[in-house]
Design a protein around this ligand. Sequence first.
Ligand SMILES: N[C@@H](CCC(=O)N[C@@H](CS)C(=O)NCC(=O)O)C(=O)O
Length: 208
Amino acid sequence: MIDVYTANTPNGIKIPIALEELGVPYTLHTLDLAQNEQKQPEFLRINPNGRIPAIVDRAVAGGGEGLSVFESGAILLYLADKYSALIPQDPVGRVRALEYLFFQVSGIGPMFGQVGWFTRNAPDVTVGLTRYQNESARLTSVLEHRLQESNWLAGDLYSIADVANFAWLRVAAGYLGMDMSAYPAVQRWVQAIEARPATQRALRAMAA
Ligand SMILES: N[C@@H](CCC(=O)N[C@@H](CS)C(=O)NCC(=O)O)C(=O)O
């Protein structure tokens, strides 16, 4: 059994989506971010960075308290490797998956996150907001280019790279107010992932 510490946010939905795809049982522990539950000592023992998501895998060799993993990219990679799924097994496909996974955690996540923050907290600081909006648009065009030539980000196989990027692109138009009309392939890909039964189950569980 895997304990998942999370919340209904872009980074927070990645792990339930992956676990539903993998068919691995998990227990959801939803943290109230507004109440700073992610900064409490018991959670900091699992993720010293005080952010969601994090997991504790109770089913590890040696038993004990289990293995804790934080950072969504690290968790996704841990799960994909453990279950040999959601990641291509050939070296080229694996490299493509890792590229777009790291692209998300180092680029899309931080930039989209800043657009969200500035839009809500400091919309008059236009130099900041515009910079993050422009960078988010540029990053989205990188995805658009890739998805014009490939069904999935890693190639033929739906992977953790798609899960990670999807979590943010699905809120691009609504939460972030991005104009998505220049990204038809990204829009098709978002719809395809949204329609997957595993995604539906995870989003229902997170909304409950
Ligand atoms: N790089 C981290 C980012 C995690 C992150 O920013 N989580 C947000 C929610 S989407 C959070 O916990 N915010 C609450 C806080 O910062 O206190 C990851 O990918 O896991």
